[in-house]
Design a protein around this ligand. Structure first.
Ligand code: ADP
Ligand code: MG
Length: 658
């Protein structure tokens, strides 16, 4: 019976760059390994055994010569094809075990099957089984640091068997172990060989080599001898005695399913999550830039939205068809308070116009208000009836003054909630008198607490007929402003130009300016727009800075975890698997940072609103979604470079790194 040739090396050479010259370490190795063999490669330190082993295991490529695995030349294989061979056919056992420190024994054993896309339940079952067979059923939850050297090496044997381990490559597997543990490992390998696994062991110890039937001695990068140790029974002899059943052909364990991609992706998430957990402090520091950036942006946007919503709702309460006339030349004119151009006669003139629905007047002053021994400064608002509605003021009690009282300059007033609290803590204010300036005024109404802009915070405000304020308190004949409500069917611009021409002809010059809710809305929209653009610019800068921080830490993380990457590659991770792992980690860090930023902004906002009630933050779902999406995008953008450099590492160099 012809035995299958599994591995075939022809004139394999390997040179290393040393300074400016190339140093050849392997000088034309010719070697054939058949299915079911147990081969020991023996030679002094530095003779090139590990170099040869790495080439056999497809971790490294020969500089020249050909290497065939099951008849297929590896020369033209892509990195992922080589990864597939490592994953599906080879099982590595290293001198230093090379287990992943943050995973327990069972998880370490499963890593090759994760990359093969095997479902978790199946993986768990097989890993437990393998560990159980190796006498580690009590230790499946232990991490490498909690295991002895011999136990760790058994975990790594189980890992080598996870996907089948048709060919087991052991580079000085007993090198770091005491004699007893070393003997256990060798016995295990012999048992595996008896079960049909092809085994290649590298060693410098002749006693270890004597466990194998075939011993290849290597010196200075060349094979010196290739002998059969007759003391070890020939496994093929057994096979020919008709015991094939006991020596099943080892094949890849797993059948592929469509869901294997999803399983791999899920596993990449878990790995990224665990890596984040394993480095909590670093993860948090990485996120900090993103957290602060997102928090600042979300808060400022909420603040701007809150402010503009409030102003807009105030304006909306005025109605869209009102126009206000102010004295002075423009908004913010410093002389505005001293300009006396608007008079009650203007009011009458405007009242007669067909486009006018109603005209209201207002005057304001500050005055001392007294009741008994109690006194306080208050704002006195002289208003027409309409203005209660325009300002969005609601009565809690009593009534507002009527037209006759305005005409009669009656000494009546409506007080706000602040005034009521100040002067009438327990009593009912209705019908009582207060002294405004020197005038005694009867209270006929009390307002609901309100956030209307006419009442500034805690400031007590008293509303009186504007006629009473002008004649009895201020002794003046001019108004602070005139508010017109336009009839339906007339457009605001038409009404505005009509008002302008009427007042200009009456006054002889333009000593007033108009403001409609439209113009206010427009200027608010413009201001908000500018504000938003400015914030966006700052946001972009701060997030780029945060992203660079993430990239920086990811690069450090890749460097720090180079050995982990090497191990993952040695057991069969594809480049895409490594890329995905690090990219997912970067995105998760950023996304989590973004979410924490949003949350923090919300918490801080609630605290600020509680402490300063006049500040309103309005959070929109849009801005929160945008923040989280942006931070994820940052993760992808800035995580890609480090992740790609991780995925392109050379497995051998990565493994050698400490
Ligand atoms: P062994 O495993 O038999 O002890 P190795 O295969 O590790 O020997 O090394 C064989 C020779 O190749 C040594 O002289 C070593 O210095 C050299 N060598 C191994 N790896 C590298 C490398 N990455 N770069 C340069 N020289 C190397
Ligand atoms: Mg070595």
């Amino acid at each position: 019976m012809q035995h299958d040739v599994l591995l075939e090396l022809k004139d394999v050479r390997r040179s290393y760059q040393s300074g400016n010259s190339m140093v050849e370490v392997l000088h034309g190795i010719n070697l054939t390994v058949r299915r079911g063999e147990m081969v020991a490669i023996i030679g002094p330190s530095g003779s090139g055994k590990s170099t040869l082993m790495n080439i056999i295991g497809c971790l490294d490529n020969p500089t020249s010569g050909s290497y065939k695995v099951m008849g297929k030349d590896t020369l033209n294989m892509l990195p992922d094809d080589l990864a597939a061979l490592r994953r599906d056919f080879f099982g590595f056992i290293f001198q230093r075990y090379h287990l992943l420190g943050h995973l327990c024994a069972r998880e370490n054993v499963q890593v090759p099957a994760v990359y093969a896309g095997v479902r978790k339940s199946k993986r768990d079952q097989r890993a437990n089984e393998l560990l159980g067979n190796l006498g580690l059923s009590e230790r499946v939850e232990y991490r490498p640091a909690q295991l002895s050297g011999g136990q760790q090496q058994r975990v790594s044997i189980a890992r080598a068997l996870m996907n089948g381990g048709q060919i087991i490559l052991a580079d000085e597997p007993t090198g770091a172990l005491d004699t007893k543990s070393g003997q256990d490992v060798m016995r295990t390998l012999q048992e595996l060989n008896a079960k049909g696994h092809t085994i290649i062991i590298v060693t410098h110890d002749p006693r270890i080599a004597s466990c194998a039937r075939r011993v290849i001695s290597i010196e200075d990068g060349a094979i010196k001898s290739d002998t059969i140790n007759e003391q070890v029974p020939d496994p093929f002899a057994l096979q020919e005695q008709g015991e094939q059943d006991k020596k099943p052909t080892i094949n890849n364990m797993w059948s592929r399913s469509l869901s294997s991609h999803i399983d791999r992706f899920k596993e990449a998430f878990v790995m990224a999550y665990r890596a984040m957990l394993a480095n909590r402090m670093r993860t948090l520091l990485t996120m900090l830039g993103i957290i602060i950036g997102i928090m600042a942006v979300v808060s400022v946007v909420a603040l701007a939205r809150g402010a503009s919503e409030r102003i807009i709702s105030n304006i909306a309460s005025m109605g869209t068809n009102t126009i206000t006339v102010y004295p002075g030349e423009r908004m913010g004119d410093v002389r505005s308070g001293r300009v006396r151009s608007l008079t009650p006669r203007d009011l009458v003139a405007l009242q007669g116009q067909p486009f006018v629905d109603s005209v209201s007047a207002s005057v304001q002053t500050n005055s001392l208000v007294r009741r008994g021994a109690e006194e306080s400064n208050a704002t006195v608002q002289g208003v027409s009836l309409d203005l209660f509605r325009v300002y969005g003021l609601l009565l809690k009690d009593g009534r507002i003054f009527n037209a006759q009282e305005i005409d009669a300059r009656s000494q009546v007033c409506v007080i706000d909630d602040n005034t009521a609290k100040l002067f009438f803590s327990t009593e009912d204010p209705l019908g009582k008198n207060i002294i405004v300036g020197n005038v005694s005024v009867r209270i006929i109404g009390v307002l609901e607490p309100t956030d209307s802009f006419v009442i500034r915070g805690e400031n007590p405000t008293v509303f009186m007929p504007y006629t009473s304020v002008m004649t009895r308190i201020l002794n003046q004949n001019y108004l602070s402003s005139i508010v017109l409500r336009i009839n339906d069917g007339f457009s605001a611009p038409v009404a505005e130009s009509a008002i302008k021409s009427i007042l200009t002809s009456r006054h002889g010059r333009v000593d007033f300016f108009l403001q409609s809710s439209d113009t206010i809305m427009k200027s608010i929209e413009e201001a908000t727009m500018t504000f938003t653009l400015m914030i966006s610019a700052i946001a972009v800068i701060s997030l780029v800075v945060g992203g660079i921080g993430v990239m920086n830490i990811m690069l450090v993380s890749v460097t720090e975890r180079t050995r982990e990457i090497g191990i993952r590659m040695a057991v069969g991770a594809r480049q895409a698997d490594i890329l995905a792992q690090f990219l997912i980690e970067a995105v998760m860090v950023c996304m989590l940072g973004g979410l924490m930023g949003v949350l923090l902004s919300y918490v801080v906002g609630q605290i600020i609103m509680y402490m300063v009630p006049t500040i309103v933050l309005s959070y929109s779902i849009d801005s929160i979604i945008a923040a989280v999406l942006t931070s994820s995008a940052i993760g992808i953008a800035f995580g890609f470079m480090p992740a790609r450099s991780a995925s392109r590492l050379n497995p051998i160099e990565a493994l050698a790194r400490e």
